[in-house]
Design a protein around this ligand. Structure first.
Ligand code: EPU
Length: 337
């Protein structure tokens, strides 16, 4: 177990916030985690479990203990002619796992290539991109309860998965730590190409469709649109895509016939927040050291030396513009700490 006092979080948040935690603990086994959770310090102090810090915005120093998983391993636990079940440690880097599935010829995770973060977060955030969500692959989630240190297994249907949602970030927030996730992947060719320009990009290149080529196209599309956090601090999409009543969508469509939209459940329509923000004229603009990415308006960036408060000020100004122009409330996808 690694255990540090007064620890800089600069390398642990992709927004590049220069903040500190009172203490930083990284565990290498489930037993180490259980022992830590049952220790007196864990019972009294404020705890925050982080992954790669790619969906967080620290608004100041963290007065408590940050926990981080170093649980590794990718293990095949069951297999048929058609499918394979793979159990993965929560501390594995998500994209390393995706690269592994592609190398092994396992279908299902390739559309989620290059999403920053770790395997544990895939089960908490229900990460998604290009028509696929983690919930499409997750079979079960192994956890440890923060209060008792006991292990608890959640089947996928107990996880409350929906768009960027799970019980681990809502009803049971802060109560369980994900230690391993089991995914079900396919062994027979099955590609999802219907989102955005994936199909046309593949066709432009010609040649045979393979897992590796699809991964490469997705990586390229992401790199073209999204800033590299190693260069420009950011946390991917800052807001969620709003779900609006169909009646509001119909009304907006009369004024904005090109309004992109995706079908959603129960009489709602999902609209791209990036488009709404772009239409409000925010793309490429800045407020002080906080900016809106010039190629994807849904991504807020640290232009260098921004504080969490600078980013929050920009986020609030954007929310006000979208509210005023479209009557829509944008909700942050990023967690404010
Ligand atoms: N758009 C604009 N202007 C912009 C940005 C987008 O007009 O500045 C339009 C696009 O032209 C397109 C639509 O909005 O018609 C959607 O844009 P895009 O395909 O880039 O996807 P998104 O809805 O903005 C979501 C996810 C991303 C994910 C992509 C691809 C959310 C909050 N974001 O973005 O996830 O990579 O789809 O599937 O659902 C993340 O969560 O951090 C993330 C990057």
């Amino acid at each position: 177990m690694k255990d540090y006092n007064h620890y800089s979080l600069l390398a642990h948040n992709t927004f590049g916030m220069d903040v500190c935690a009172d203490r930083f603990v990284e565990y290498e086994s489930v037993e180490e985690l259980r022992c830590f959770l049952l220790s007196p310090e864990a019972k009294t102090g404020r705890l925050l479990h982080i992954g790669a810090g790619s969906n967080l915005l620290f608004t100041g120093d963290f007065p408590g203990i940050i926990l981080h998983s170093a649980l590794r391993g990718i293990e095949v636990i069951a297999e048929t002619d058609k499918e394979i079940w793979v159990r993965v440690g929560a501390g594995e880097v998500w994209d390393d796992f995706v690269a592994h599935t592609v190398r092994c010829g396992w279908y299902g995770a390739e559309n989620l290539s290059l999403i920053p973060g770790e395997v544990g977060a895939s089960a908490v955030q229900n990460i998604g991109a290009y028509g696929v969500e983690a919930k499409n692959l997750i079979v079960q989630v192994e956890t440890v309860a923060c209060q008792t240190g006991e292990t608890r297994l959640f089947q996928a249907d107990e996880c409350g998965y929906a768009y960027r949602r799970s019980v681990f970030k809502e009803e049971l927030k802060g109560q369980y730590i994900v230690t391993h996730v089991t995914y079900r992947l396919g062994k027979q060719p099955c590609f999802r190409l219907d989102y955005g320009n994936i199909r046309s990009e593949l066709e432009k290149e010609g040649g045979e469709l393979t897992l590796q080529r699809l991964r490469e196209v997705i990586v390229r599309i992401r790199q073209e649109k999204l800033p590299d956090p190693a260069v420009t601090g950011n946390a991917g999409s800052f807001f969620m895509n709003p779900l609006v009543p169909d009646a509001l969508f119909q009304e907006l469509k009369r004024s904005y016939p090109d309004l992109p939209h995706y079908p959603a459940t129960s009489g709602k329509v999902k609209l791209p927040a990036g488009w709404l923000i772009d239409r409000c004229g925010w793309k490429g603009r800045a407020l002080g050291r906080a900016g809106v990415h010039p190629r994807q308006a849904l991504v807020l960036v640290n232009l260098g030396g921004a504080t969490g408060t600078d980013i929050l000020r920009l986020a609030a100004a954007i929310q006000a513009s979208v509210r005023e122009r479209f009557g829509i409330e944008l909700c942050p996808e990023v967690n404010y700490i």
